[in-house]
Unconditional design. Structure first.
Length: 469
């Protein structure tokens, strides 16, 4: 499983251990993974946490308050410090044993020494040579499972965050009944009877694990923040046929899509179109795609203003209330409904159900066009598919922001009769209030700045030509 981790994910794991050492904790838990993600700060996972009001300083302070409440242990001296007080240099012993017997043999010996027998008892829970216990196994396992579900070959920071959030919402009674696990927890000072690993993580976000408050009238405090973070992660490619396309996207490309969704919400648009992908590229600002637009006089503020003018001309719809706002006016809390259904059935089941309920039968009509639980429709799907095709044509295994710009431009260059879409697609267009014959506003938006699509495609293709797949 560790072989699946990207370099950035491994850096997050190292930073998590640094955060545990900084706090004087003699284990590495999911709460330290959250701190490691925030410490790294450059991934989409860190951005998701920050958009939900969780930064590194506040997370450290929140974890400190959990120490006062007894949910996590206070600072304790490390094994190296304790043995050092007796004149024993643990690092020197580990180094000498590694030189004599080999590093792999030493690791195997320490692992076998701590293996529990069938009764869960009989051997020591850990030795100083093992290093701090990693209590993140379940979180990283869930991250790996999600990677397989999405068709990803690797586990990045975003999937680590997904695993942590899912782990935080899952009770852990079966593991806690294991005497060996209780011995391990006691050896590092974890509180007796700890309900589950999720408490520390949920405490940082102000939430609680699933099942901790059965029968509550509404979602637990902060639960919407966790659910919102998970929905943003799923929006990057889970639950439907888009997995095969979105599963190849790099972290910067996923970040562009997250920013595109923010730009759509900012403009009061209830869909995600190619024009919003352009704004997302400019908002991300660090890719070659953003540079290709900026050198041609297109910056984020100017693009936003130009899109607003296109709204006045009827090329894109005027701002409309969202499903959440409309249902709220009727006294229905859509976030609470989603949270409760995900708690009851699991988010995978809810995602599949909302996807199938909008599938048209083989004969005409029959099912609803869209459901509020689906979230904003991805009208830019064709542009994303073209981006994936451009990556294939260039021999690239991953889809980068530059490929996204190529896909948007290729979509804008397609003849109108090629992008009318299916009957259901036309129904979605009407449902969203988009003008009849809408084919994406990326072309008109770039035309405002006098940009030749062919020149942009040639420039970006030339830049990608020197990139290895």
């Amino acid at each position: 499983m560790a072989d699946q981790f990207t370099d950035q994910a491994r850096r997050v794991l190292d930073l998590a251990r640094d955060e545990a050492d900084r706090l004087g904790h003699r284990y590495v838990g999911p709460e330290h993974l959250v701190l490691g993600l925030l410490h790294d700060g450059s991934s989409g996972a860190a951005w998701i946490l920050r958009t939900h009001g969780v930064d590194l300083g506040s997370a450290r302070a929140a974890l400190g308050r959990l120490v006062d409440r007894g949910l996590v242990p206070g600072p304790r001296p490390s094994d190296a410090e304790l043995l050092g007080s007796l004149g024993i240099d643990l690092d020197a012993i580990g180094r000498d044993l590694g030189q004599v017997f080999g590093v792999q043999a030493l690791e195997r010996a320490t692992r076998e020494a701590t293996r529990a027998r069938r009764g869960g008892v009989g051997r020591v829970p850990r030795t100083p040579l093992c290093g701090p216990p990693r209590l993140t196994t379940q979180a990283t396992y869930l991250a790996s499972q999600q990677a397989e579900a999405l068709g990803h070959g690797t586990v990045g920071p975003e999937l680590l965050l997904f695993g942590v959030l899912e782990d935080a919402r899952t009770p852990w009674p079966r593991c806690m009944s294991n005497p060996w696990v209780r011995q391990l927890h006691a050896s590092v000072g974890l509180p007796e009877g700890l309900p589950g690993r999720g408490w520390a993580v949920a405490g940082i976000a102000g939430s609680q694990p699933r099942g901790a408050a059965r029968g509550a009238a509404g979602p637990p405090p902060g639960g919407r923040a966790l659910a919102g973070a998970k929905r943003r992660l799923r929006m990057d490619g889970s639950g439907s046929g888009g997995d095969k396309v979105l599963g190849r996207f790099t972290e910067p490309a996923h970040r562009v899509l997250g920013l595109a969704r923010e730009e759509a919400e900012r403009g009061g648009h209830r869909y995600l179109g190619p024009e919003h992908v352009l704004l997302g590229l400019l908002a991300e600002g660090r890719s070659g795609a953003a540079w290709a637009l900026q050198v041609r006089g297109v910056d984020l503020a100017a693009a936003r203003a130009a899109l607003a003018r296109l709204g006045n001309r009827g090329v894109v719809p005027a701002p409309r209330p969202s499903d959440i706002e409309l249902l709220s006016s009727l006294g229905i809390d859509l976030d609470a409904v989603r949270h409760q259904t995900e708690q009851m059935f699991g988010f995978h089941a809810v995602g599949e159900a909302t996807w199938w309920v909008t599938r048209r039968r083989w004969w005409r009509g029959g099912r609803v066009v869209w459901a509020p639980l689906c979230g904003p429709p991805l009208v830019a799907k064709r542009a994303l598919q073209l981006a994936s095709e451009q990556a294939n044509a260039l021999g690239h295994r991953e889809v980068r922001p530059e490929h996204l710009l190529l896909g948007v431009c290729e979509d804008a260059r397609q003849p109108a009769d090629m992008v009318q879409g299916s009957r259901r697609h036309q129904q979605i267009i009407a449902h969203l209030g988009l003008p009849e014959g809408y084919r994406g506003a990326a072309g008109p938006l770039l035309a405002v700045f006098g940009i030749d699509l062919d020149q942009v495609v040639d420039a970006v293709t030339a830049e990608l030509g020197g990139v290895q797949g």
